[in-house]
Ligand binder design. Structure first.
Ligand SMILES: O=C(CO)[C@H](O)[C@H](O)COP(=O)(O)O
Length: 225
């Protein structure tokens, strides 16, 4: 917890200034960034925000952080979000929290995407974590078979009650075990070309800064390989 908190707080300190529009990520690391923003707002920081999930939206509301609707935004100054895996080129695997679609929309509308992770998320190659892929409900079994034919073992994400998880956007999620992903950009392009796929958790070339937190509470901004 202290590693995630340290990374998130350093990201807020380094990236957020008065007057900015800030994208709020999703997950247990982004949680700490939202908490820090709430503290700064109470102290007088003036920001407006856009959340990447209903959970982050509700957290921000509970902390009194002003929020915008997307119709009122042309560009977001900075977004602070977590990741499940980060490779040396800063390609990301995201979506463990199920929010990948809104996260990618917000990331792509941001001048700067700052990724906050603990050291366990740094990998040489993406793929140990199963790739989350958001798919539409209609024909989901057909989409699953198409993805299986692309070389992975897909499984529908289920909730504790055994029912399929439904995302904030009303879709299903597949967990796709591709193993080590040697060419993430090519895989992303292939997934995008598959009918039924809404979006994947591969974030290629989007991160502008990666901040890593360590046990003991130290955090550093990474230099890209
Ligand atoms: O992509 C995400 C949610 O969709 C999260 O940012 C990712 O799963 C990392 O989560 P955490 O910070 O809890 O480890």
């Amino acid at each position: 917890m202290e590693a995630k908190k340290a990374a998130a707080e350093l990201a807020v300190e380094r990236s957020v200034q008065d007057g900015m529009i800030v994208g709020l990520g999703t997950g247990s690391t982004a949680y700490w960034a939202i908490q820090k923003l709430g503290e700064l707002v109470r102290q007088g920081l003036r920001i407006q925000t856009v959340a990447t999930s209903v959970a982050s939206e509700e957290l921000a509301r509970s902390l009194g952080i002003p929020q915008l609707v997307t119709a009122d935004i042309t560009e977001i100054d900075v977004t602070i979000d977590g990741a499940d895996e980060v490779d040396p080129q800063w390609n990301l695997m995201k979506g463990g929290g199920g929010a990948l679609l809104r996260e990618k929309i917000v990331a792509c509308a941001s001048r700067k995407l700052v990724i906050v992770v603990d050291e366990g998320k740094l990998v040489q190659q993406l793929g140990a974590f199963p790739l989350p892929v958001e798919i539409v409900k209609f024909g989901w079994e057909l989409t699953l078979r198409k993805l299986r034919a692309m070389g992975c073992e897909p499984a529908l994400r289920l909730a504790a009650d055994g029912q399929p998880v439904v995302t904030d956007n009303g879709n299903y999620l597949l967990h796709c075990r591709f193993g080590a992903i040697a060419q993430p950009a090519e895989l992303q392009a292939a997934l995008q070309g598959t009918p039924g796929v809404v979006e994947s958790g591969l974030f290629i070339g989007l991160a502008r800064e990666v901040i890593v937190g360590y046990t003991g509470g130290k955090a550093v901004s990474l230099v890209r390989a």
